[in-house]
Each structure stands twice: as structure tokens, then as C-alpha cells.
Design a protein around this ligand. Structure first.
Ligand SMILES: *[C@@H]1O[C@H](CO)[C@@H](O)[C@H](O)[C@H]1NC(C)=O
Ligand SMILES: CC(=O)N[C@H]1CO[C@H](CO)[C@@H](O)[C@@H]1O
Length: 226
């Protein structure tokens, strides 16, 4: 049951990472058999999001935005699009705005990749074969995740050296039109009545796509990246 599709034995660490590289939810110990999507489809996190018990914060505007946008997670193509789960368009023949959305989403996902990278570099036992019973492996991995979070909180600078910092000098936003509401016309068309709870995944995707393509949400180098 623990034999994975890559051809060795493993347990699954399914986790949600915040913008500060901390693990804010984790399910440790799933069997390696099966795909990420299958695992996610049966996990408590998804159920809690679907039945509304997960406790997302109330919607807030994006930076420089004026319109409330529900909080959401980002994932890759393995996950089903929902208003709380944004994923790439990921097909061919995309418009420029869609390619910018995909670029920005993949750029945000690097935080997640970095979190896993910091974790496994610090606790290199995670990179090795553990000669233990699965229940012990589960304890070891859970302990590493908890220690990682404590390190993030107590010594964040120590670990920042390990992060992917390629764009750190460039983090400014062009102010203006978005804040003034001039870019909101087509989002208002798609969002319909101001009942954010009923917004579906596509509508949410439109909102985010619009924001990353607006002066308030764009990063200046994004047009070179697509
Ligand atoms: C919603 O899902 C969570 C996670 O599986 C579960 O603990 C909770 O009992 C469910 N609540 C309702 C009202 O269905
Ligand atoms: C016009 C405006 O409010 N611009 C702000 C956009 O967001 C960045 C980062 O949050 C601020 O630095 C700008 O002042």
C-alpha cells in the first residue's frame, strides 16, 4: 500500500503552506499508492472547504484593490478548480492575460516549493530511507514539520538564505488605476450580485486574472516571463 508510482515506498505529506513558508495544515502518513488528486479528493481539508467549516477569513480586497475577493488556495493541475482553489489554465492557445495569470500563479507556488525545500534540507532524514515502521515515520515527519514552523517563527532570517530570492529587488507595484476602480468594469460584469459565497471557481479566476493584469496587481517584469 505504501509503494508509490515512482517505484519506492513512501508516505504522503499533503500540506497547505502560507506566504511565510509555514505549514498551516498537514496530513502526514497517507499511503504512497495513488495520485495527488486521489489523495486530495479524500482528505479532510477538501471536505472542510466544501462544507464550509474550514473557516476562511472574510473576503478582502487584493493589494491596491477595491473589491472584496474571497480567500483562496493555489494548487497545480491535479486539483479541481473551485472559488477557494485556483489552478493554472495550463492549456495551449491562451490569451496574454491568461498566460500572465499562469505565470503569477506558478510564481506564487514557488513559496510552496521553497517551504518543502527548506524542510527537507534542514531535516535531511526526510531525504533518506527511514528504517522504521510507517507509524514511526509518521511521527518523525510530523515532528519535522512542527520544528520547521517553530524555526520560521523564531529565526526567520536564518532560513531566508535558503529561499529562492531571484526577484526580491523588484517587488513594487504600479499604483493608480486599480485603486481608483477604473479596472473593475469587467470584473463587475462577471461577478454578478455581490454575494461572494456563490461565486464559482471560474468567476474567482476571472477576478484574479484581472487583478494580476491591472496596474495595481501587475509586477513590472511579468510581460517578459510569458
Ligand atoms: C465538514 O467536514 C469536516 C472535515 O471532514 C468534518 O469534520 C465536519 O464534521 C463536516 N461538517 C459538516 C457540517 O458536514
Ligand atoms: C496607489 C497605491 O495605493 N499603491 C499601493 C499598492 O500596493 C503597494 C504594496 O502594497 C503599495 O506600496 C502602494 O502604495
Amino acid at each position: 500500500m505504501y509503494y508509490n508510482y515512482k517505484g519506492f515506498y513512501s508516505i504522503v505529506l499533503m500540506a497547505l503552506v502560507d506566504a511565510d513558508y509555514k505549514f498551516i495544515w498537514a496530513d502526514v502518513g497517507g499511503m504512497g499508492l495513488g495520485s495527488d488528486a486521489q489523495f486530495y479528493n479524500h482528505c479532510e481539508l477538501k471536505e472542510g472547504a466544501e462544507n464550509g467549516t474550514i473557516g476562511f477569513p472574510d473576503p478582502d480586497p487584493m493589494p491596491n484593490g477595491t473589491q472584496d475577493v474571497p480567500y483562496f488556495w493555489i494548487g497545480d493541475n491535479a486539483f479541481a478548480l473551485r472559488h477557494y482553489m485556483m489552478k493554472p489554465y495550463g492549456q495551449r492557445g491562451l490569451t496574454k492575460e491568461e498566460r500572465i495569470f499562469d505565470y503569477r500563479l506558478s510564481r506564487a507556488r514557488r513559496v510552496v516549493e521553497n517551504a518543502f525545500g527548506i524542510l527537507s534540507n534542514r531535516f535531511q532524514v526526510l531525504l533518506s530511507t527511514m528504517q522504521h515502521h510507517p507509524s514511526t515515520v509518521k511521527f518523525i515527519v510530523t515532528t519535522c514539520v512542527i520544528l520547521h514552523n517553530m524555526m520560521r517563527m523564531r529565526h526567520p532570517r536564518l532560513q531566508n538564505q535558503q529561499l529562492d530570492r531571484a526577484e526580491n529587488t523588484n517587488h513594487y507595484y504600479v499604483p493608480g488605476a486599480w485603486r481608483l476602480g477604473q479596472n473593475l468594469e469587467d470584473t463587475q460584469t462577471v461577478s454578478g450580485p455581490p454575494n461572494t459565497a456563490s461565486m464559482d471557481g471560474k468567476t474567482q479566476m476571472e477576478l484574479i486574472k484581472h487583478w494580476v493584469n491591472s496596474p495595481g496587481g501587475a509586477v513590472p517584469w511579468q510581460y517578459r516571463m510569458i
